[in-house]
Design a protein. Sequence first.
Length: 146
Amino acid sequence: MRADATTTAAVIATLEQYRTSYIDRDLDRLMATFAPDQDTILLGTGADELLVGYDTIQAAMPRDWHQSDAIVWEWQTPMVGAAGSIAWAFIDSAVDARMGSIRVRLPTRITAVLELRGGQWLITQMHLSVPATGQTEGESFPPPTM
């Protein structure tokens, strides 16, 4: 179900705070977007980025910043749905990272689940993925490797 305008604006504000805090490398402001629970989940694009728990997420976030000189993260307008105190969002995006003279651009897709707590929407689960590039447009699976 589509979220109403008020909910959509508030959810987008939380997600935008996450995005700008990530770009600015502001860990405290970024962590303020997450529910402070031990079952809050962040799934990153790396195979080892299954982060469960607020403290685990907080400890892992600086890794990207240590491995890059600058990051630009462009987002399309999030699509937001909601039911009661739970909201969900999808964002099509792209990350541009600079590491010295090397530049990398990753198309990314983001899904997030947020919960309204004390008047603020907080991320309880977020999943970032990179679309598979080994398959032809219109195909559901990459070609066989046999």
